[in-house]
Design a binder for this molecule. Structure first.
Ligand SMILES: [Zn+2]
Length: 430
């Protein structure tokens, strides 16, 4: 039997296009060397060369691609679902920063990150982009733990040298030097699953001098970058005061070469208040929107113009943004994104039609997945990130539901559940 070659039998659903799902009832997904070799409806259609592959028989279960979380804060996982009665800046100062300071302590970090990685492993997430804290050593600890889990991720040591409490603030020099040391350490470790991503927290917490240094690093080393953009109105106003010469918040990053456009993968979380000019710059530079509706709702940031971004053809993925978001499940974020788009259409702009279930599923799979490479689909050549879901124990009297109906129903009423089995790049994690 060939190594890492297998066939999965079950009820297969994945995106056929941005607006339609492909369904294969009792079908076969053929995988070899970590990639999809394609799907087929009947056993006889399995190509000769794949007939002796190991068969995983998941008859009756839903088989879908892995989901991708483009924005999550690992150290905030411990306090998800708490302290939601405030807006961003107050929330950061009164709860988030004091909690993140605890990650200077290795023992606490180990305890907290163990829970984070364990829960993420069980969730529908196959790959993700995470912030840690300013602390280099425990960022490396988190990277080691994620590496061992088999999940794939970009993880970033946070940079902050202004507008945060003394107990978290780095000097400009130490922020830069610790980042260099972290990148060196990461290189030495030869990770297979984890990669570093530059992570200036956001414009208000980084001086121009630090941003210039990080811009230099990006140019020199071709690193990926993640940050926050136009999340909250008072934050946008603050950035305007801090960077009066910038045309918009995105331009404040662009001036330091930190807003994509050099072939460096770049993610900006939220973009709730991104105007047309900012969105055009994102489009031009290939910047990814990490759409985080659960968080935007919880900390009252607003409703992001998702349909506008889709119409403009921006790169978009979904994100939990724990702990602004209260769930670690991107399956739940699919339904949150749909619900938020309905409010936008009803309350803000009735020309921007609500996002449909197949559209939101596309964003959670192929949309966000493209940040990591060719992932998020079962079409031939895509990396084999696969979830096995069970909906047998949520019965309904209605018979003959289509696979799309079953998947939609699962997302709405069982979206927070652990998945039954997960494969990442063709490796079965459980
Ligand atoms: Zn965030």
């Amino acid at each position: 039997m060939k190594k890492d070659c297998f066939i999965i039998k079950g009820d297969i659903v994945y995106s056929e296009s941005k607006t339609e799902l492909k369904e294969i009832k009792d079908g076969y997904l053929i995988c070899g060397e970590g990639k999809s070799l394609g799907t087929c409806k009947r056993k006889e259609e399995i190509p000769e060369a794949s007939r002796d592959f190991e068969l995983y028989d998941f008859t009756g279960k839903l088989i879908i691609p892995g989901l991708y979380d483009l924005h999550i804060h690992a150290p905030q996982y411990a306090f998800r679902g708490m302290w939601m009665d405030m807006e961003l800046i107050e929330w950061l100062n009164s709860h988030t920063f004091p909690e993140e300071a605890k990650y200077g302590d290795r023992e606490y970090s180990e305890k907290a990150y163990k829970i984070f990685v364990r829960d993420l492993l069980k969730s529908p997430t196959a790959r993700f982009c995470a912030f840690s804290t300013v602390h280099r050593e425990t960022t490396e600890l988190l990277m080691d733990m994620v590496e061992d889990s088999g999940l794939k991720a970009f993880i970033g040591k946070v940079n902050m040298d202004r507008n945060c409490p003394d107990f978290l603030r780095e000097s400009t020099v130490s922020s830069y030097e610790e980042t260099l040391r972290w990148l060196e350490d990461t290189e030495k470790r030869n990770y297979k699953n984890v990669r570093p991503i530059l992570t200036p927290r956001f414009i208000p917490s980084c001086t121009d001098e630090l941003m210039k240094k990080l811009g230099g690093l990006i140019e020199e080393r071709g690193l990926a970058l993640q940050s926050h953009l136009s999340e909250n109105l008072s934050e946008v106003e603050w950035v305007h005061e801090l960077c009066p010469e910038s045309e918009n918040y995105g331009d404040a990053y662009e001036r330091f070469g930190l807003f994509g456009g050099h072939g460096n993968p770049t993610i900006m979380a939220h973009c709730v208040w991104s105007g047309d000019e900012e969105a055009k710059l994102m489009k031009k530079n290939g910047v990814y929107v990490a759409h985080s509706p659960s968080s935007n709702n919880n900390i009252a940031s607003g409703i992001a113009p998702l349909r506008k971004f889709m119409d403009m053809g921006l790169n978009i993925g979904l994100a939990t943004d724990v702990a602004g978001g209260s769930t670690v499940s991107v399956m739940r974020i699919i339904t949150d994104a749909i619900q938020a788009s309905k409010l936008y259409w009803r309350l803000v702009d009735d020309r921007k039609k609500p996002v449909t279930f197949p559209e939101a599923f596309y964003l959670a799979t192929v949309g966000g997945g493209s940040f990591f490479g060719k992932t998020g689909s079962f079409e031939k050549g895509y990396e084999a990130d696969i979830l096995i879901l069970s909906d047998e124990d949520i019965p309904t009297a209605i018979e003959g539901l289509s696979l799309s109906e079953r998947l939609e129903r699962y997302a709405y009423i069982a979206g927070d559940r652990p998945v039954e089995h997960k494969f990442v790049a063709g490796k079965m994690l459980f």
